[in-house]
Design a protein around this ligand. Structure first.
Ligand code: ZN
Ligand code: ZN
Length: 459
């Protein structure tokens, strides 16, 4: 189906649109610079979503409202083939959450439950706490050595531009509770996986290994974890005990879904360019940085990329559901679309701070295309690289096809100050950096969607 430019005329075009040829590279660069200065679409999406919907916990009615809201936004802004693809998932929701150190120095702590964990029951549990300064020390603990105890896993996380500190500190959250439970712990508290020192605990998912029964588990805010470490240092060998009340619930199977929308290309028979983000969020903040911003960036960029004329290829946006709690949306999309070829996949899920580097998985095998991309974004302050792109969590469908991937690397220095906390709110998004993201994406997608050949991938 050939789609006319009806929806695109609303954009102010300084350059006349051509339906027959790809825009010259200089036009792409000029337009991208204007987008960096002027785009209001991404902010409109993000302000609207965080104000009219707010937190969008996977599998809940709030996530469903997020889907309805974003489908309306896409249609209003000229996207076509806007559809919802539902799937069923097991849904976990938060309950009461309190932690109190009882001895040797009594005081309350700020805690939040980790996704997928069990309840302590309304009356809570009281037990001795065992301190593990790192995940490695917990790994070395003897089997059954934590019987009847609460494990406290601390660690050290520092901000890095590329977010690599997450890979270093993350295991405490991802599998720490399971490891402690396998050694007999009845519950686990971890130091938040975060780089700020506010009393805002960072939630996130945790996974229990096969055969390990889920236990209650929560993250303490960084200042509370500091305090608990000092309590251990001053306890002089007396036991440290804690009362935990964490009452999350399993709602059983509920509906979630993915949302897609398209800007149809001049030749819809060509494999489309796939832009992904996730629409669900944790429940503590309003899901502005993670990942409302990503959806705002890709939606605005798809429109801006088409502003210099209807692209050759279709641009499809995928707002995946239920990423935070286990990539349910990404898996469902990969299952449903495995046999539909995509030209290339890109994802935005690392906040809204500026893009500083462009990676691909065809930098050498299709050097001409990579050079075009690098040139298109150089004017926006983005460096080329030889790093291999792996795509984000919501690009399972492209990875399953061993397809082409581009990663637009964002500055992650601030990201883990906010990640999964009550502080993930709209005011933390810098509109200037958000526009730079849209401009870089628009320039990149503009080149890709007007590239007629398939991407040449190495063996
Ligand atoms: Zn995310
Ligand atoms: Zn997240």
């Amino acid at each position: 189906m050939q789609k006319p430019l009806l929806a695109l005329v609303a954009l102010s075009l300084a350059v006349p649109a051509s339906l027959t040829a790809a825009p010259p590279p200089s036009t792409v660069g000029d337009h991208a610079e204007r987008v960096a200065a002027e785009d209001g679409l991404a902010w409109d999406f993000l302000e609207g979503l965080t104000t009219e919907v707010g937190p969008r916990m996977a599998g809940t009615e709030a996530e469903a409202r997020g889907r309805a809201w974003s489908m309306q936004w896409l249609r209003t802004n000229g996207f076509v083939n806007v559809v919802e693809e539902p799937y069923d998932m097991r849904t976990w929701v938060r309950g009461t959450e309190t932690a109190v150190v009882l001895a040797p120095f009594q005081q309350p702590m700020h805690i939040t439950a980790l996704g997928g964990t069990a309840s302590t029951g309304e009356n809570g549990i009281e037990a001795e706490v065992v301190f593990f300064p790192t995940y490695a020390v917990l790994e070395a603990a003897a089997p059954d050595s934590l019987k009847g105890k609460i494990a406290f896993i601390s660690h050290d996380m520092r901000p890095t531009q590329d977010g690599s500190g997450y890979g270093f500190a993350g295991p405490a959250r991802w599998t720490g509770a399971s490891l402690a439970a396998s050694k007999g712990a009845i519950a686990t508290v971890i130091r938040s996986i975060g780089t700020e020192s506010h009393r805002t605990p960072h939630t996130g998912g945790t996974t229990f290994a096969e055969g390990v029964k889920p236990t209650p588990a929560g993250a303490l805010s960084n200042p509370d974890a500091d305090n608990l470490e000092r309590i251990f240092a001053r306890a002089n060998g007396q036991p440290v005990t804690m009362r935990l009340v964490l009452t999350p619930r399993d709602l059983g199977m509920t509906k979630s879904g993915n949302v897609t929308g398209e800007i149809v290309g001049r030749d819809p028979s060509l494999p489309p360019v796939l832009l992904a983000c996730h629409l669900d969020s944790w429940d503590l903040g309003t899901g502005a940085v993670d990942d409302g911003a990503g959806c705002a960036i890709i939606a605005a960029a798809a429109k801006q990329a088409a502003a210099f004329g209807q692209p050759l290829r279709t641009i499809r946006v995928l707002f995946a559901g239920a990423e935070e709690v286990g990539l349910f949306g990404s898996s469902a999309y990969a299952d449903a679309h495995r046999n539909e070829p995509f030209m290339v996949g890109l994802e935005s899920d690392f906040g809204a701070d500026r893009i500083w580097r462009i990676d691909s998985n065809f930098t050498e095998s299709d050097a001409d295309l990579y050079k075009q991309l690098a040139a298109a974004v150089a004017r926006l302050g983005v460096a080329p690289s030889k790093q291999v792109a792996h795509g984000g969590a919501d690009l399972n469908v492209v990875r399953a096809q061993k397809g082409a991937l581009v990663d637009l690397q964002q500055d992650g220095t601030r990201y883990f100050d906010l990640h999964h906390t009550p502080d993930d709110t709209l005011d933390k998004v810098d509109p200037v950096q958000l526009r730079q993201n849209v401009a870089v994406w628009a320039a990149t997608v503009g080149v890709l969607a007007n590239h007629s050949n398939p991407v040449e991938l190495g063996q």
